[in-house]
Ligand binder design. Structure first.
Ligand SMILES: NC(=O)c1ccc[n+]([C@@H]2O[C@H](COP(=O)([O-])OP(=O)(O)OC[C@H]3O[C@@H](n4cnc5c(N)ncnc54)[C@H](O)[C@@H]3O)[C@@H](O)[C@H]2O)c1
Length: 375
């Protein structure tokens, strides 16, 4: 697509990734409309960072009349609005994520809307435990670890054939094994976007983000995960609490690199009808992440490992970004720089408080967070 000035609808544009994408779209000369329901607890009203020149529609992507209104006069859609959590309200994931994406395509097709591209936010979560290798039995995509295994502090993923621990590999786009409602709904969104997109000639792209980090990520978003949790603990004088044995491997990607990927696939027709991983520059253990947060916060504390684990958590996952590299994208922000930027931003936030205890109590009450027997 040639870089003209477009009218762009950003669903979930008041959120973390959405708002950074909005800024980049405005800087590139596009006109932006945001559709957002300002969901609590992520938001407490309209966030202060939304630029004045953005047209803001308050409402839900699930509501037909609202989404219909939001799509009027639009050329491009970035679809970020989503329900993300770890709790047991399973149906809500499919309503907000899967059904709203189907509704988006339904409206585009039925109303003959001249949308030139849809870019949707998918997630690394669609891989479940991701790609692994057994020295004897080769590459495999294992099932989640059984609860009994986790209860006895036996953390590693094991081979289905010989039960030896597997070696985690960089996971490419080929095989998905979602194993929770969020991941299942994200894969639904991808399937809907790519398959309906192709059938009806609506260029569509799905981006599977790894764990995205950066300023504006709400402290009250349960999904914002380890970096937020470690940072609020460190900045409030408490040691970060690390689950399992802390050796879980992850890749973290800066929101600035994510925005670059978003704009790249917007402009590059080679991306159409494709799915891409968007990940970080290297893999790190969760314990290392906690240590780098403490360093960035100039804290002399050490991370704590109390033997807690979350049912359904992935042991290791880190994405192979070779496919997107072929279009000229590469992560530019290092892991250390991500942590430094986030901790510096968090330290300036008036609503910084240790949300860890409340989140932990909520997850324990729901049976999601447990203490291993040997802990
Ligand atoms: N942050 C990550 O690490 C990450 C990783 C992988 C994928 N993603 C995906 O990226 C997208 C954006 O995530 P984020 O981290 O910016 O989350 P966020 O919670 O900061 O932003 C989501 C926005 O969507 C809005 N929203 C939620 N439900 C809505 C609805 N029904 N109608 C309209 N608006 C609604 C929220 O108010 C919020 O402003 C999501 O689709 C998410 O699944 C995020």
């Amino acid at each position: 697509m040639s870089p003209l000035s477009w009218k762009v609808l950003v669903t979930g544009g008041a959120g973390f990734i959405g708002s950074h994408t909005v800024d980049a779209l405005l800087a590139a000369g596009h006109e932006v409309r945001v559709l957002d329901s300002f969901e609590p607890p992520v938001h407490r009203g309209e966030p202060p960072y939304l630029p004045r020149e953005v047209e803001v529609l308050r409402g839900s992507v699930v509501d037909r009349a609202t989404l219909r209104r939001a799509l009027q006069g639009v050329d491009i859609v970035f679809h970020f609005a989503a329900y993300q959590d770890y709790l047991t309200d399973f149906s809500r994931f499919f309503l907000t994520n899967s059904v709203a994406t189907a509704l988006l395509y339904e409206l585009i097709v039925e109303e003959h809307l001249p949308i030139q591209k849809v870019i949707m936010a998918s997630s690394q979560a669609v891989y479940g435990e991701g790609k692994h290798c057994c020295a004897r039995h080769g590459v495999q995509y294992p099932e989640p670890r059984p609860s009994e295994q986790l209860a006895s502090s036996d953390w590693e993923v094991r081979c289905g054939a010989c039960a030896e621990p597997l070696v985690p590999l960089w996971t490419d786009e080929a095989v998905t094994r979602p194993h929770n409602s969020y991941a299942l709904s994200k894969r639904d969104q991808e399937d809907l976007a790519l398959k309906l997109g192709r059938r009806y000639g609506i260029p569509s792209v799905a981006l599977r983000y790894s764990i995205v980090q950066g300023p504006r990520q709400s402290f009250r978003n349960a999904y914002s995960g380890a970096l937020r949790s470690f940072t609020v603990r460190a900045l409030t004088g408490n040691p970060p609490i690390v689950y399992e044995d802390g050796r879980q491997l992850r890749d973290y990607v800066s929101v600035h690199d994510v925005v670059r990927a978003n704009l790249l696939v917007l402009h590059d027709a080679r991306a159409d009808y494709q799915v891409f991983n968007v990940g970080g520059d290297r893999r790190v253990t969760v314990y290392e992440l906690a240590q780098s947060v403490l360093r960035a916060a100039s804290s002399r504390l050490e991370p704590r490992l109390p033997g807690l684990y979350r049912v359904g958590d992935t042991r290791h996952i880190f994405s192979d970004v070779s496919k997107l590299r072929q279009l000229g994208w590469a992560p530019q922000v290092s892991q250390e720089a991500i942590v430094r930027e986030y901790v510096a931003w968090a330290a300036e936030q008036p609503d910084l408080h240790d949300t860890f205890a409340a989140a932990q109590a909520r997850m324990q009450a729901a049976g999601v967070l447990r203490l291993a027997q040997s802990a």
